[in-house]
Design a protein. Sequence first.
Length: 511
Amino acid sequence: MATEAAPDDEADAADAPAAYDALLDRVRRWNTVGSAAGVLGWDQQVMMPEGGTPARSKQLSTLSSIRHDMVTDEETGELLDELDDADLTDERAAVVREVRREYERADAVPVELVEEISETGTEALQAWEEAKAEDDFETFAPHLEKHVELKREYAEHIDPDRDPYEVLFEEFEPCLSMERAEAILTELRETLVPMIDAIRESDADLAVDTFEGSFPEEEQEALARETLELVGYDFDRGRLDVSSHPFTAGNQFDCRVTTRFDESDPLGAIGSTIHEFGHAQYNLGLPQEHFGTPLGESRDLSVHESQSRLWENHVGRSRAFWELFLPTFQEHFPETDDATVEDAYQAFNQVHEDNLIRVEADELTYHLHIVVRFEIERDLVRGDLAVEDVPEVWNDKYEEYLGIRPDTDAEGCLQDIHWSHGNFGYFPTYSLGSVMAAQLFEAAESEIDDLDDKIAAGEFDDLREWLGENVHRHGSRYETNELVERATGEEFSADAFTDYVEEKYGELYGI
C-alpha cells in the first residue's frame, strides 16, 4: 500500500543554510552541462551525419571533463564538509547524500581518464555500428578492449580493494548491493529455466502465426506514433525517431524516444515503443521545479527499467490492452482482420524457442539473455575472459542457457549497444527492473479500481498518476528499497514477479 505523500519541505528555501544554496547552484550548473551532452549523444545516434564522429568525440569529451572539473572542484568538497553537521530537512539531506556520493566517486578519478573514456565511447559507437552492419567483431574488438582497460582503471581509482565489476555496477544501481542483485538473478534463473523447459514440452497450441507476413516500415512508424498517443506520450515535450538500438534521452522538459522496425515483426516495434514510453514517462514526470538537482533526477536504472518494463509487459502484453489496441492495429494492417484479441494476446506472449535478439525476446527468456551478458561483462572486467574470446563464449552460453546458437556475431555479441558506451554493470538492472515492475504493478492494481477495465477502455490516467505519485515525483529523494517499500508496503523482492509469471504462463501454456 502506498504511503501518504510526504510534505514538500523543500518548498520554502528561505531557511536553507547558505552552504546548501551554494552547493545546489553548483549542482544545477554541472547537471545542465551533462544535459547538454545528452542532447549531443542523442543527435549522434539519430541525426548526425556519419562523418561527424571526430568532432563529436571532442565535443563530448570536453563537456565530460568540464562537468567532472565542476563536480570535483575544491569548493564542492568544502561545501559538503560544511553541511556535514547542518540541521537539514529530509529533502535537503537527501540532496547532500546524493551529491556526496557523486563527488566522492568523481573526485577519485583523474579528469584525463574521464576525457579518455568519453572519447573512446564516441569512437567505439561508430565502430560498433559498422561492425554490426558488416558482421565483423574484429572491427569492434580493439574498442571493446580499450573500454575494458579504461573501466578497470576507473574502478581501481574509486576503490582498489574491491571487485571492479561491483564498483562499476554501482554507477547504475548505487543503492542495491551486487550480492542482492546476484541473488535476484539466481532466483530468476532457478524459477524460469524449469518453467521454460515445461513450456517447450507443452502441447499448448498458441496462435503464434497470427502476425506473420510483411508489414511496411512506414505503416509501422505511423502505428508507433498512434501507440504513443494512446498511452499518453506528451509530444509537446518529446519526439519519436528511429535508431539502430531503441533508447530514450532527456529530462522533464524534453524527453525523446526512439524505436526500430522489422518488416517481419510488427509486435517487436510495438513492444519497443511502449518500453521507451515508460522511460520517457518517468523522466517527464520528474518535478520540474527541481530540474538539475537530485530531487529532479530519476532514482537509478533499476527503477528506470521498472517503469519501461511495467508499461511494456504489464500493460502492452495484457489482454486488456489488446482489447483496446487490436482495432487500431488492424486499421493499419487490414490483412490481420481475422485475428481475435486472444490471438493477439497469445502471439505477443509466446515463449520463443529460437529468438537470438534480446530486445525481441519474450518476457521469460529475456532474463536468460541478461544472464549471458552479465556473466560475460563481469568476467571481462575481472580479467577472467579475453575480448578475443567473447564471440565463442557468447555463443556457448546461448546454447547452454537458451538452446540456440547464433550464426553471426551481428545477431550474437554485437547486437547490443551498451558495450560501445563502456556501460559495464548496466545489464543486471534490466532484470532488477522487471522484478520491480511486477511489485509496483501489483500495488497499483490493489489501489486502482478495475485497472484492467480502464486499460481496455484506453483510460490510462489513473495508472500514470499512481506512478507519478509513488515513483516519479520523488526523484532521487529515497534510495531504491525505501522507494519500493513506500509505494508497495513491502521490501523489494522477486515474489510478485515469480507469482505473476507462474500465473500468467501457467494459464497460457497449461503448466
